[in-house]
Write a protein that binds this ligand. Structure first.
Ligand code: UD1
Length: 417
């Protein structure tokens, strides 16, 4: 298994380009199941989760070819409607096949994902929504089986905003009969991009990006041609990397409209952030001011940036209170940061981070995708050597992160064990 080895203490500087957004590319690739024909999706990042989607689409009968980040998906002949456990287990977003398969073929069988490192993450809201649209849903040997001759439009009120649920139902409703209204919908930029892509395919979706999305069903959709937007979480991770190393980095592809909450908090922490053509420049402060954060659905502070921001706060000059409101078990990085000398205590879903003067390199273990990024950031700022194992988590969501950081001056390597 590969490890990442970092000799910390280097100031990062230069320019780094953000890859295509993982959390956009996933639903966009699944949306190809909605319309028979040849779809072309560009700027798809080279990640393990994307390879899982590729496998899943192939298992379903689609033909997928890729050259660099350009994907061509021929979804003309879908032969299977089953997303098997082995694939869903490695990537929960596989449940996004449910809506498209059900809408196009009237039948889908998808393994229940089970728990994951950051919490229980049920899909009850996806299923309740599909039931409201007339699907008959049963559970069989750990698989959710959904059937519907044709889905009907419905008014659906989510108990809480769910990104995947909003995406699944938006896709399903695009081919339903009649109008669907999703209330308390998630507002993430990835939802806006999916709606724009579906509209290019002939869907009629309005309101994406607000908490009320209206989808007027159509009889058929046409293939998609689209380029994936830059990844706001990867961008945010590089922004924190600049901040934590007192660096000066231009993050190309970072969009301020997608990163408002993070920008606000980084500025409070003392970073200088300026908009430049094509990206955002971040200059790290000499002294990091401790600030509090509470994660919330977009436009609030993203849960996917909580672990990385905590690494920064570990070096703050005071005390920072970090509250995780989206997932119930998303503090797995805390024990590892403590091994590097961070002073963090947890009570319920709140972490109190008392800033320390410096972090010390140590062998640490990645526990999930964003926790891995947090350990890398801590390693960049720490004295001595940090060795991060189990980095397969990292490869799910960051494209060539060690090469990109190296190009900014970090002393970082991937080592084969
Ligand atoms: C997506 C992102 C993930 C991000 C998360 C929150 C993708 C592929 N992943 O995950 O990176 O951290 O949004 O921004 O885009 N919930 C239920 N029932 C449901 C669905 C969700 O109770 O049926 C709960 C979840 O357990 C969680 C909250 O709702 O507490 C938000 O989850 P959700 O927005 O659905 O996250 P994902 O779509 O899985």
């Amino acid at each position: 298994m590969d490890k990442i080895v970092i000799h910390g203490g280097r100031r990062l500087s230069g320019e780094v380009k953000v890859s295509g957004a993982k959390n956009s590319a996933l639903p966009l690739l699944f949306a190809t199941l909605l319309a028979p024909g040849v779809h072309r999706i560009a700027n798809v990042p080279d990640l393990r989760d994307i390879a899982t989607v590729e496998k899943l689409l192939t298992v379903l009968g689609a033909q997928v070819t890729r050259k660099n980040g350009n994907f061509v998906v021929d979804s003309g002949a879908i032969e299977s409607v089953e997303a098997p456990y082995d694939l869903v287990r490695t990537m929960r977003a596989s449940v996004l096949v449910l809506g498209p398969l059900l809408a196009r073929l009237g039948h889908a069988r998808v393994s229940l994902p089970g728990g994951c490192a950051i919490g229980a993450r049920p899909i009850n809201l996806h299923l309740k929504g599909l039931e409201a649209m007339g699907a008959k849903i049963t559970l069989d040997h750990g698989y959710v089986e959904a059937r519907a001759k044709r889905l009907r439009g419905a008014r659906i009120l989510f108990d809480m905003p769910t990104v995947g649920g909003t995406e699944n139902l938006m896709m399903a409703a695009s081919l339903a009969q009649g109008t669907t209204v999703l209330e308390n919908a998630a507002c993430e930029p990835e939802i806006v991009e999916l709606a724009e892509a579906l509209n290019k395919m002939g869907a009629r979706i309005e309101g994406a990006g607000t908490d009320s999305v209206t989808i007027e069903g159509v009889d058929e959709l046409t293939p998609l041609v689209h380029a994936v937007m830059p990844d706001r979480i990867e961008a945010g991770t590089f922004m924190v990397a600049a901040a934590i190393t007192q660096g000066d980095v231009l993050v190309t592809g970072a969009m301020s409209s997608h990163l408002e909450a993070l920008i606000f908090k980084l500025r409070e922490a003392g970073a200088e952030i300026s908009e430049e053509t094509g990206g955002l420049r971040v200059k790290g402060p000499r002294k990091i001011t401790s600030v509090d954060i509470k994660t919330r659905p977009h436009p609030g502070f993203p849960t996917d940036m909580q672990a990385q921001f905590m690494a920064l706060m570990a070096l703050g000059t005071g005390t920072s209170v970090i509250t995780e409101n989206v997932f119930e078990n998303r503090f797995m990085h805390v024990c590892e940061l403590q091994r590097m000398g961070a002073n963090i205590s947890i009570e319920g879903h709140t972490a109190t981070v008392k800033g320390v003067k410096g972090l010390l390199g140590a062998p640490v273990m990645a526990t999930d995708l964003r926790a891995s990024a947090s350990l890398i950031l801590a390693g960049l700022a720490a004295d001595n050597t940090t060795e991060i194992s189990r980095i397969y988590h990292l490869d799910r969501g960051y494209e060539r992160i060690e090469e990109k950081l190296k190009s900014l001056g970090a002393d970082i390597e991937r080592v084969k064990e």
